[in-house]
Design a protein around this ligand. Structure first.
Ligand SMILES: CC(C)[C@H](C(=O)O)[C@@H](O)C(=O)O
Ligand code: SF4
Length: 425
């Protein structure tokens, strides 16, 4: 067996205090644990259940737990309001250092943005898109609420160290083709369960040339092919991003997969050949080149979510729209992913641009991504969304249809009133 390790094996070796390889079972120390308004309450209940015989009933480390409200904000039901009350009390009682009430934004944006995730860390979140933190070179993975209860109590969790699928994406992306198109293409090829329990490692010069915003998109969606993580080797781009958020941070140059590391599969792509991609109803792996669905009439466009709700995404969309209005009969909902991103968008004059074009700009939250508080699709309606899931009923009626695409494709389609190739407008 080779001594060369994947980045995932290196992270698990450190976290479990001994050299481990894919397939090994480990008890690993958790560096950060994130929970939010939907899955948090059950984790809290589970925690107190586990601790029922303990006098202290204290979490393992209040500085390493991050709690945010993002899915149902402001409270959209009595149930949501009760969940918020429960979590606010827990945060206070347990002296949780990083508690963000409903103004801060979507968990997967806020975590890296506030410096809560560092390269090489093992981070868990009670949300499936926790794989997003692979963009900063962390092993981020989603866990259930009851596992989170155990993490609150112990700061440890067992894992089977995952094998890695390496995606080598080389070449240069064409005009108006983005990382969202790359990840949709990969998911379409591999299938919704093609990377089940694998660490997806994204490499190659097309990946290295992406800014942090576009890297976050690609890491975020690893779970849509079953991936346990979606990791990108940290480099200078990562280091610059993390340094702004974590003073004195220095990147360990050894934090990458070794040359002889073993992969379960290596898949190669040429970014230059890629067309804008669209995932069609009702599965994320039902992916086609935009040309195949061009002209499909739409009722609503949603530009936002943890996948594509950053300043760069909104800026790209505004550039594509170039002052042109949203087509008659189409609703456009724009939601910056966090308070910080919102302020950037506001300062750049984009809120005004979107509103003048006839779009609604909402404050940071998950919005219609999961059929939450507003922006639902009615029976028979067609939605185009920059988010990450298009399952039946995901954004409202089970009789609605959701297509997924990049911000550029969403913007081009918004002004045309039908699915459009962003290169054609
Ligand atoms: C609410 C939460 C459990 C869920 C997830 O785990 O991903 C949500 O964020 C989603 O995108 O479907
Ligand atoms: S924006 Fe969507 S995918 Fe992201 S955490 Fe919220 S509901 Fe989940």
């Amino acid at each position: 067996m080779s001594n060369d390790l994947t980045i995932t094996e290196k992270i698990f070796s450190r976290a479990s205090g001994r050299p481990v390889k894919a397939g090994d079972f480990v008890m690993a120390s958790i560096d950060r644990a994130m929970t939010h308004d939907i899955t948090g309450p059950l984790a809290v209940e589970g925690f107190y259940e586990i601790m029922r015989d303990e006098k202290e009933k204290k979490v393992w480390d209040p500085g390493k737990i991050i709690i945010l409200f993002d899915h149902q904000v402001p409270a959209d039901s009595l149930n949501a309001a009760k969940n918020h009350i429960l979590l606010r009390k827990f945060a206070k009682d347990q002296k949780i250092k990083h508690f963000y009430d409903l103004h801060e934004g979507i968990c997967h944006q806020v975590m890296p943005e506030k410096g809560h995730v560092l390269p090489g860390q093992l981070v868990v979140g009670s949300d499936s898109h926790t794989c997003a933190y692979g963009a900063v070179g962390a092993f981020g993975t989603g866990i259930g609420s009851t596992d989170m209860a155990a993490v609150f109590a112990l700061g440890r969790l067992w894992f089977r160290v995952p094998e890695t699928i390496r995606f080598e994406v080389d070449g240069k992306l064409g005009d108006r083709v983005y990382s969202k198109d790359i990840i949709l293409k990969l998911i379409g090829d591999v299938g919704a369960d093609g990377a089940r329990y694998k660490a997806c490692e994204y490499a190659g010069d097309a990946i290295r040339s992406l800014d942090m915003s576009q890297r976050m998109t690609i890491s975020n969606m690893a779970i849509e092919m079953g991936g346990k993580a979606g990791i990108i080797e940290p480099d200078r781009t990562t280091e610059a991003y993390v340094r702004q958020r974590s003073k004195g941070f220095k990147l360990d140059r050894g934090l990458k997969s070794d040359k002889g590391a073993e992969y379960s599969e290596v898949r190669e792509y040429d970014a230059g050949e890629l067309e804008p991609q669209v995932a069609c109803p009702h599965n994320v792996d039902n992916v086609v080149d935009v040309g195949k669905v061009e002209g499909k009439k739409i009722d609503q466009v949603f530009l936002g979510s943890c996948t594509n709700g950053r300043f760069e995404d909104l800026k790209t969309a505004a550039e594509v729209m170039d002052g042109r209005p949203v087509a008659k009969g189409v609703r456009m909902i724009v939601i910056p992913a966090s308070h910080t991103e919102y302020m950037k968008v506001l300062k750049a004059g984009l809120v005004e641009e979107f509103m003048n074009a006839g779009a609604l700009v909402e404050s940071p939250c998950c919005g219609p991504c999961m059929g939450g508080s507003f922006g639902l699709l009615g029976p028979g309606e067609v939605g185009l969304s920059t988010s990450n899931r298009n399952f039946k009923g995901r954004q409202g009626s089970p009789e609605a249809f959701v297509y997924l695409c990049s911000p550029a494709t969403a913007a081009a389609s918004a002004i045309k009133g039908k699915i459009a190739d962003p290169r054609s407008v």
